[in-house]
Design a protein around this ligand. Structure first.
Ligand code: ARG
Length: 588
């Protein structure tokens, strides 16, 4: 029996679903694939549900239901069915479920894998396909604002997610490292720059210089002058024509900034395969892009493309003086990237302020006849409102991370006993702080905007990052606490999983079994919140099980079975957290 997309070796629930499909297909005489596609995960204690009207058969739903009820015979996987309205609910054989689910999680966790988040949960649906994920993309000499923070967090997750779905992923940072502002920055650096400060904290120093020189521009403007501005334009023009001296300075700004960014990204568990940037879009690609635009009759006077037919106005692609702008760099950049990577897909993780910009350059590429135009996707997200603290506006990623870390440290110190057991309080508080910052960002649908709120980022109460870390720590500590009486048996296949007879245990096992589904679902909708929700549900289930599923002091076989369950829960929670780009902690 071959069903498309079914792979019990990666997702054991598929075996149960296939059994449901088999029964339904035989009873109603419909193709197995069709039957399989209607098998949904159930709700509230139900394992699977089939909505009968979805078959679009001529017989009335009630008749179909009766038929299924009358003819269903229990299988190796499915024990019984219940009907409700137009739905048929399928209940799995608990013994089979416990055995297969836990063994799969454990075995896969032992197998070698190329993912940092563990094999269980992953699938190979994207095998052989390459995706370029462009994210973070801050601008040199400008603040790393909330939009960049969100892009960084969501992008890190989505690139992991693609990888978990079998894709070959290129993680790309597209720096804002080109444009007239670099002419201005060069002037500013000659006037106000300090080599010392540049070496010490390049991001901050360049920003300060940029702010100061901008003040000069404003003052001149007020006096009816534009000397600095004109000079900046001139320098940038020279840069675009390859002027060695200014380019050397610019190159240093870029290199030092990247080094500094790398440190912060490392703190966030993020690495990039490529530091691309607006500056690296070559003159050759830009000329080719302009030629294509012209050849296709798309270039209207003033270097604009008329997209009003699609209600996308008339974006300008290039300046009259021939210098390049953001728009043409995105058009030519896509061409260049396709040539280089031959991607099957490219996603841009950029805030919704740039919805129109993305629509425009995607459309322009389509009109130019780019064969990859339909492979581009803009993954957008809502804004963060009011990004400021008591000390003023937050400008840099590091400030946010430091703030979260401090708050965590204070909290951790309230429990002296535990605190004394934490090996590296500095690193631990940093990791918890980071988890909080990331979770508060990813816990609702990405299109939702949210207020910038220090409390929200640093709270230990409710569904926060700290709570997830705590749930993981607790799962680690259960094994530590019973270590003198129970150590998980090496050959887990001899552990008697039938002893996990409590409804609570079953609920946990079932939820563990749905992790591969959560990974696929998250992929379908490109939503981090799917995985965050999964993690919270798992953590809640576990925290409500400690009293019923005690390990310590139980007879050996029972202790083994329960420890096995908690071990698998820990493996899955850790994988899900890693997928979210978090580092699960063992103590806190
Ligand atoms: N650096 C840009 C900004 O800060 C974001 C870049 C988005 N990516 C792109 N290909 N346009 O607004």
């Amino acid at each position: 029996m071959a069903i498309d997309g079914v792979d019990p070796s990666a997702c054991i629930l598929d075996a149960f679903r296939a059994s449901v499909a088999q029964s339904v297909s035989e009873i109603l005489g419909i193709p197995i694939n069709e039957a399989f596609n209607t098998v949904d995960l159930g709700k509230k204690g139900v394992d699977f549900t089939v909505a009968v009207p979805r078959f679009r058969l001529s017989a009335k739903p009630q008749e179909l239901l009766k038929k299924i009820e009358a003819q269903f015979v229990p299988t190796e996987y499915i024990e019984r069915i219940t009907v409700d309205g137009v739905f048929v609910h399928f209940h799995s054989q608990t013994r089979k479920l416990n055995r297969l689910v836990l063994d799969q999680i454990y075995t896969l966790s032992k197998s070698t894998n190329t993912h940092r988040f563990g094999r269980y949960g992953t699938n190979s649906s994207g095998a052989g396909r390459k995706v370029v994920v462009e994210f973070s993309s801050p601008n040199i000499a400008k603040p790393f604002h909330a939009g960049h923070l969100r892009s960084t967090i969501i992008g890190a997750f989505l690139s992991n997610l693609y990888s978990a779905n079998g894709w070959d992923v290129v993680r790309m940072n597209y720096l804002g490292d080109w444009g007239k502002q670099f002419g201005l920055l060069a002037i500013g650096f000659f006037k106000y720059g300090s080599e010392e400060k540049l070496a010490e904290s390049p991001i901050m120093h360049l920003f300060d210089v940029y702010v100061t020189v901008n003040k000069d521009v404003k003052e001149e403007e007020a006096a009816g002058l534009s000397t600095t501005n004109d000079e900046a334009k001139d320098i940038f023009r020279r840069m675009e024509h390859g002027d060695k001296e200014t380019l050397a300075l610019w190159q240093r700004f870029r290199d030092l900034s990247i080094e500094a960014y790398k440190k912060v990204y490392q703190r966030l568990n993020i690495t990039f395969d490529v530091y691309a940037g607006e500056s690296l879009v070559t003159a050759k690609s830009i000329n080719a892009a302009m030629d294509r635009l012209r050849e296709n009759g798309l270039l209207k006077p003033a270097y604009a493309v008329d997209l009003s037919k699609w209600k996308m106005s008339k974006p300008v692609v290039q300046k009259a003086d021939g210098t390049t702008i953001y728009m043409v760099r995105d058009i030519a950049g896509a061409m260049q990237r396709f040539e280089q990577y031959k991607f099957d897909k490219m996603v841009y993780i950029v805030g919704d302020q740039q919805d129109l910009h993305c629509q425009q350059f995607f459309k322009i590429l389509e009109l130019m006849g780019a064969p990859y135009a339909d492979k581009l996707e803009h993954i957008n997200f809502g804004r963060v409102q009011g990004m400021s603290t008591r000390n003023g506006e937050v400008k840099f990623l590091e400030e946010i991370l430091d703030m979260a870390k401090e708050a965590m440290l204070v909290q951790m110190k309230t429990n002296e006993d535990k605190f004394s057991n934490v090996e590296d309080p500095d690193l631990t508080s940093d990791q918890i702080g980071m988890t909080c910052v990331k979770i508060q960002d990813m816990q609702s649908k990405r299109i939702n905007s949210y207020p910038f709120d220090v409390k929200r980022m640093t709270s230990f109460e409710g569904d926060t990052g700290a709570y997830l870390q705590y749930a993981h720590v607790r799962l680690c500590s259960v094994a530590r606490k019973v270590a003198d009486e129970t150590v998980l048996r090496e050959d887990v296949s001899t552990i008697d999983t039938e002893l996990l007879s409590e409804p609570k245990a079953r609920e946990i096992v079932y939820h563990l079994a749905t992790f591969p589904d959560a990974v696929r679902m998250a992929m379908r909708v490109s939503e981090p919140s799917t995985i965050v929700t999964y993690c919270f549900k798992l953590s809640h289930l576990i925290s409500s099980a400690w009293e019923t599923l005690v390990v310590k002091g139980q007879y050996s076989e029972l202790a083994q079975a329960r420890l096995y369950l908690f071990t698998c829960a820990r493996i899955v929670l850790a994988s899900a957290m890693r997928l979210l780009s978090l580092t699960p902690l063992e103590r806190m």
